[in-house]
Design a protein around this ligand. Structure first.
Ligand SMILES: Cc1cc2nc3c(=O)[nH]c(=O)nc-3n(C[C@H](O)[C@H](O)[C@H](O)COP(=O)(O)OP(=O)(O)OC[C@H]3O[C@@H](n4cnc5c(N)ncnc54)[C@H](O)[C@@H]3O)c2cc1C
Length: 251
């Protein structure tokens, strides 16, 4: 641990854990990968939630239960690589080092909500039910979670396991994507999510996804990006449109 950590709490109940939480000061400890790497200033207490949340994964007839304490590598080993929902590929790409994947938890990845995490962007597109201990147990859609409480479980239903048009653009394969696009069919239409090196994800549900509309969505999505050494906004808009188009055509 680092020098400003004064306490490590191991609460026995979710209520105790949630009561101890203070944003930026006393925070949950899942895999701890980034906390240990980044050593955020101001954090003086780590709340170890690992024994409060499941670390197992189970496949049932109509639902897959993914414990939020499970690691990203566990997810990769659990899901058949041929599954139409390309969750194993996204999990691998979200963290290229296997050592880190063996430590990072699904709960940590969701809670942090990195816009350039392939896995988080894919989960945002699918928008599954998650179980949150806040401290009472509740089920909410991932996109409706208010970031309070402990993520305990992700529930992927049969309907969630739909083909995803997943395209990533990165300088090298092992780097986080500067643009990542997900397209899937939902409720008779399409759901599109655009992430990458940007301020926030762009998400849209649309009944129709013509080339004309894709160009319009790319124009909206690029507003969350900035021009940088990778390229101008015009270039990124073009990349976003290409990703969405390829995604649409592949599902
Ligand atoms: C400040 C910060 C910056 C980051 N930047 C990057 C980056 O640039 N590149 C990169 O690859 N990764 C980055 N990450 C890591 C990342 O995307 C995820 O946080 C990662 O998957 C960590 O998983 P973990 O299990 O090791 O979580 P931890 O490091 O243990 O915790 C990460 C955060 O998630 C919260 N948390 C953990 N588990 C749960 C849970 N079950 N329910 C609710 N909250 C929970 C913690 O309070 C903490 O804020 C960053 C993380 C942090 C905290």
């Amino acid at each position: 641990m680092w020098h400003n950590i004064k306490h490590i709490e191991r609460p026995a109940t979710a209520k105790e854990a949630v009561d101890l939480y203070r944003a930026g000061e006393a925070i949950f400890f899942g895999g701890g990968t980034y906390l240990v790497g980044q050593r955020p200033e101001g954090v003086h207490t780590l709340i170890d939630i690992n024994r409060l949340i499941p670390r197992w994964m189970e496949r049932h007839e109509s639902v897959c239960l993914l414990g939020a304490g499970a690691t990203i590598q566990q997810l990769i080993d659990f899901v058949p690589p041929s599954a139409p929902l390309k969750i194993a590929q996204a999990a691998r790409n979200s963290s290229y080092s296997k050592n880190i994947r063996n430590q990072r938890t699904l709960g940590g990845e969701i809670a942090w909500g990195r816009t350039d995490s392939d896995l988080y962007v894919l989960l945002t597109a699918v928008n599954p039910l998650i179980v949150v201990l806040a401290p009472n147990t509740k089920e909410v859609r991932l996109c409706d979670w208010d970031n309070r409480g402990i993520v305990a479980m992700i529930m992927l239903t049969k309907e969630d396991a739909t083909p995803v048009g997943y395209n990533r653009f990165a300088l090298i394969e092992s780097a986080p994507p500067f643009v990542v696009t997900m397209v899937l069919r939902q409720d008779g239409g399409y759901r599109v999510v655009v992430g990458g090196k940007c301020q926030q994800l762009f998400t849209i549900n649309t009944p129709d996804l013509s080339d004309h509309q894709i160009a319009y969505f790319a124009k909206l999505a690029v507003q969350h990006f900035t021009a940088d050494h990778i390229g101008s906004l015009e270039y990124k808009e073009h990349v976003i449109a290409t990703g969405i188009r390829r995604g649409r055509d592949s599902i």
